[in-house]
Design a protein around this ligand. Structure first.
Ligand SMILES: CC(C)(COP(=O)(O)OP(=O)(O)OC[C@H]1O[C@@H](n2cnc3c(N)ncnc32)[C@H](O)[C@@H]1OP(=O)(O)O)[C@@H](O)C(=O)NCCC(=O)NCCS
Length: 166
């Protein structure tokens, strides 16, 4: 039986979060090597994690499998005021979610999303947003099964490709 536990990240977790980020950075560097750098100590440094943890908008969780840290989620509370075209919007935006490769498929990703859902609802926020690259089919399938649905499309044309194909 796998024991999953979740906790809020603290400043002392900055190095851990920086290391755990290497897994999602590696997925992006592999899928889009012209865009994303391979993970290294500077891609999501502990100093940046410390800065983020100092912001009241930040929601960061550590997920453990059998007491070993195995994943994290970094989210941001976003409150946009009403303006001429739009009503006020409150969202928790998930910037990062990553689980160590050898710990995937055990429910930790689900538990991390459940933690951010609970935090959002506790703040009276009912919308969770995130973006995922279309090449990342595992994550895309995971998010869809978790109840996420596309609400807008980010389009891009590659001018190097004949016919503008992807
Ligand atoms: C996406 C990601 C965070 C999901 O984390 P995870 O811990 O594997 O998620 P879960 O275990 O909760 O769910 C994954 C699958 O395992 C299955 N699963 C959950 N608990 C399980 C268990 N105890 N035993 C077997 N399978 C289980 C779920 O049914 C789920 O299936 P689905 O993906 O077909 O819906 C993880 O794959 C990851 O870190 N990917 C690389 C980073 C990344 O791409 N992040 C998103 C960038 S936008």
């Amino acid at each position: 039986v796998t024991l999953l536990t979740l906790r809020r990240a603290e400043v002392g977790d900055a190095g851990l979060v920086s290391r755990l980020n290497g897994d999602v950075q590696a997925v992006h560097a592999e899928g889009l090597p012209f865009r994303f750098k391979p993970p290294n100590a500077e891609t999501f440094p502990a100093s940046l994690v410390v800065d983020l943890l100092g912001k009241k908008e930040t929601l960061m969780f550590i997920g453990c499998v059998d007491d070993d840290p195995a994943g994290y989620l970094y989210g941001e509370i976003r409150r946009l005021p009403e303006n001429a075209v739009r009503y006020a919007v409150a969202t928790v935006y998930v910037h990062h979610i990553s689980v160590r490769p050898d710990c995937r498929g055990r429910g930790l990703g689900t538990a991390l999303l459940d933690a951010v859902r609970a935090a959002a609802l506790g703040l009276g926020i009912t919308q969770i947003g995130l973006e995922v690259w279309t090449f990342n089919e595992r994550a895309l399938g995971f998010f869809r099964r978790q109840g996420f649905a596309p609400v807008r499309a980010a389009l891009q044309q590659d001018l190097r490709a004949p016919g503008g194909g992807s």
